[in-house]
Design a protein around this ligand. Sequence first.
Ligand SMILES: NC(=O)c1ccc[n+]([C@@H]2O[C@H](COP(=O)([O-])OP(=O)(O)OC[C@H]3O[C@@H](n4cnc5c(N)ncnc54)[C@H](OP(=O)(O)O)[C@@H]3O)[C@@H](O)[C@H]2O)c1
Length: 257
Amino acid sequence: MQDALGEVQSVLVLGGGSDIGRALCVRLARSRCRTVVLAGRPEDDMEPVADAARAAGATTVELVEWDSTDVASHRKVIDDVFDRFGSIDLVYVPAGILGSQEAFDADPTFAAKAVEINFGGLVSACLVVADRLEKQGYGTLVLMSSVAGLRARKDNFVYGSTKAGLDAFAQGLGDSLHGRGVRVVVVRPGFVRTKMTEGMDAAPFSTTPDKVAELIVAGLAKGQEIVWAPPLLQYPFFVFRLLPRFLWRIVAERAGG
Ligand SMILES: NC(=O)c1ccc[n+]([C@@H]2O[C@H](COP(=O)([O-])OP(=O)(O)OC[C@H]3O[C@@H](n4cnc5c(N)ncnc54)[C@H](OP(=O)(O)O)[C@@H]3O)[C@@H](O)[C@H]2O)c1
């Protein structure tokens, strides 16, 4: 249950090994969050995230098995967490893969898998979460979109399309829950230096997991429905989304694809 100051006391992370998720857990635990539940595949390395959350002040830290693509298990896994902990204030959903357009072009089944991980599986899990938050009567769900989903680029349009789908889903879900005590927040980062982008050249306005976590926490406090990371990115993307295709192709080409 959120405290009298509205601060998060419990968080469930779907994609518990995420670098941005780790930064968010640490930031929340340094404040008033004492319960951290990390959900991920058995092969995901969630222990370092658990250790960091404990070191930051979390007193109850649990790891649970959850795979975005195993949609048949989502109801049971998520119900179990809510039932055991009584209530969950914040559900953060960073699970996802980036892949590369070359790999997707070479193996369309991998592209379909990315859509399943980044979009289909998260739709399934977030609908279960929304149902539980609505029954609980309060709570916040935070999903990770990307600027890559706001205007498709030829060098990462499969990843971008998964984020476009997730962004639209988050907005629609948020509107469907409006007035019922449950808030859905969509985060739109640019390039964040994490293991997902390791070895890649940083794009303009690149940022860090800690900065994204700070913006999410600030956005929660201010009641934002959309969090840009960094906030400055909303201005070029406002323009990019209006550009006719031929102009966008030139801009995207100059930006590297
Ligand atoms: N980093 C960026 O520049 C950036 C920019 C915009 C948006 N985002 C989005 O922000 C979110 C967090 O990104 P991040 O940078 O923190 O990346 P990250 O550290 O790689 O976190 C993503 C997590 O998702 C997990 N995952 C992969 N497949 C899964 C599956 N089938 N089921 C459950 N979990 C699965 C990964 O596990 P493994 O590590 O074991 O694969 C990893 O722990 C992602 O949705 C990403 O698309 C990131």
